[in-house]
Ligand binder design. Sequence first.
Ligand SMILES: Nc1ncnc2c1ncn2[C@@H]1O[C@H](COP(=O)(O)OP(=O)(O)OP(=O)(O)O)[C@@H](O)[C@H]1O
Length: 390
Amino acid sequence: MIRFEHVTKRYADGTTAVDDLSFEVAEGELVTLVGPSGCGKTTTMKMVNRLIEPTSGRIRVDGEDIAGVDPVELRRRIGYVIQQVGLFPHKTVLENTATVPHLLGWQRKRARDRAAELLDLVGLDPSVYGDRYPDQLSGGQRQRVGVARALAADPPVLLMDEPFGAVDPVVRERLQSEFLRLQSQVRKTVLFVTHDIEEAVRLGDRIAVYGHGKIEQFDAPAVVLGAPATPYVADFVGADRGLKRLSVTPIEAGDLEQPPVVHLDDRLSDARARLTADDARWAVVLDDADRLHGWVSADAIASGTGTTRVRERARRMDAWLPLGASLKQAFSTMLQHDAGWIAVLDGDSADHFLGVLTPARLHEALRRSIEADARGATRSEARVETVPSA
Ligand SMILES: Nc1ncnc2c1ncn2[C@@H]1O[C@H](COP(=O)(O)OP(=O)(O)OP(=O)(O)O)[C@@H](O)[C@H]1O
């Protein structure tokens, strides 16, 4: 969808910002460009919408050489989100969002309806925020408007240059999650510039790690973290890359432990028998529809008459995650609830209990993922990632 063929950019003062760059972003793929300041990420991105012209080489968007496309027309097909957002201060949020549809000559009502739909999609209620002006919004809300505006004309390609760089870390993480959810719905082809490896890993289907004007490694996040291609990449992703892998490794069914399970209406004597049979200190408690209720300890059911039910001794457990959530979410949920385990539920309906993740199983899952990628990295060496010479 976006294809760089031997692209070089040399500025007038002789600085080579981008040096013989060849790579491709597939349709619907999100590629993050990550690297230290001044390594050529922004230059790369701005060549795609012709804010900067390459010195040599060719860039194709959807097969078409963009050197032959009128830049204004090109930019209407390419959404662009930058850190400073660049909202028009004298226009309302709704008018800002409708900018490109308006330029494309859409009817006023159609443009405004579309803008309202997009604001909704990025989590801003148009009836609350639509008539506000940009200076009446928080930084995070302005970024959301920036994203809505870039998507308003439904461009197939989105360029994002440090879009979440100016907000605090908590808001930033929330914007990243929202953007991932949005991208899973709209499936744009996205080039995303960041200098933050965590952000690159979290958002990218693939990551291009930049050295000076060149890509040092172009791979899936787990491969970059698990098998850095060069010492430079290893250094850039950092010594704590094992930790970073937590955010790209999903919980799988095979990672789960199966503690004894009892139901709210079970008699204590039956529950005791289950725990004794499994030699367990606690059991998971489900309701009669097999939804997670919580847990009960062996001590709590050690005494009680024949008619007492588990319901009277059970404790609620709110720490749960859907299958497929990341190990990082699992770890932070454990810390947040001060829990030695978390329940994992069916991803679709989120009400079917599948098992529990414990710190020991979390560690095993991390090892599994590292070993799998060490094998995957060997395979990817054979994959052609660059465009062959003409
Ligand atoms: N107009 C210009 N004239 C001369 N040199 C430039 C110009 N614009 C950028 N450069 C240089 O080109 C190199 C790459 O710049 P670029 O902005 O692409 O880097 P970057 O990776 O996006 O950095 P940052 O993360 O700091 O934004 C830098 O050395 C920069 O100083």
